[in-house]
Ligand binder design. Sequence first.
Ligand SMILES: Nc1ncnc2c1ncn2[C@@H]1O[C@H](COP(=O)(O)OP(=O)(O)OP(=O)(O)O)[C@@H](O)[C@H]1O
Ligand SMILES: [Mg+2]
Length: 265
Amino acid sequence: MSSGTDDGGDAEVVRDQFDPDDGVLVADHLTKRFGGLIAVDDLSFAVEEQEILGFIGPNGAGKSTTFNCITGRYPPTEGTVYYRGEDVTGSTAYDMVNKGLARTFQEFRPFRDRTVLANLQTALVPDELFSTSGLLGKTRSQAIDLCERVGLGDDLYRTPEELPHAGMLRLEIGRAMATDPDLMLVDEPFAGLAEGEIGHLSDLLNELRDEGTTLVVVDHNMRGLLNLIDRAIVINFGSKIAEGTPEEIRNDPVVQEAYLGADDE
Ligand SMILES: Nc1ncnc2c1ncn2[C@@H]1O[C@H](COP(=O)(O)OP(=O)(O)OP(=O)(O)O)[C@@H](O)[C@H]1O
Ligand SMILES: [Mg+2]
């Protein structure tokens, strides 16, 4: 990888060049436009095997759109996505899950009329098999294990709306874990959580990493996120403005400037 700053009067934007094998996941010159709006602007980064990478930026910076372009929700307008060295640009969400990539959604919607257990059973079984086979029964014990893994072992028969907010976030992480991913993109796991709950959820994400999962985590709670991650990249207006260790990010004046007035705690 080589990196340098743009000398076209936009000196804060970091420009990088990556090879397909530079990480588990590589985004190379990714751009996403919605009409005249450039949500992701020539963004390049690599995610290393088994790291927890923080993906930071103010509201509207383009974090979720980057996730959407990587996970097959939207095709990027320009640029390339590599997963384990393979060009997967424009693959469907279904294909990306099968390749080992899962994500959580910021605006997730569990099945409200199914229990926690049934929600995770459903996530374990592909839709087309759900109604026609006995697979649902076979997945019951797997789903119970998964509930226990994410700290919902005492809530198997509650509906999602009977859960406290932290439980809902755990359920969404469980749903993503159901496909047994190698790489998980986690969008705002700490939203609305108290400090103690952030610690518990961080423990879960750390356990996943220790078992071999690579994680990319977006969150606005800077303290919680910087305590969790190994490394961060920071974007603003769809472009990378900083990259480094939590300590470097904490002390970076460019990052502080981007966050001035933002709700980062
Ligand atoms: N489907 C869409 N159609 C049009 N504009 C969109 C769409 N999705 C996102 N945008 C716009 O793209 C920009 C980036 O949005 P995005 O959701 O990626 O930001 P974000 O960094 O995830 O913000 P937040 O921290 O608030 O979740 C915003 O201006 C947003 O309004
Ligand atoms: Mg978002």
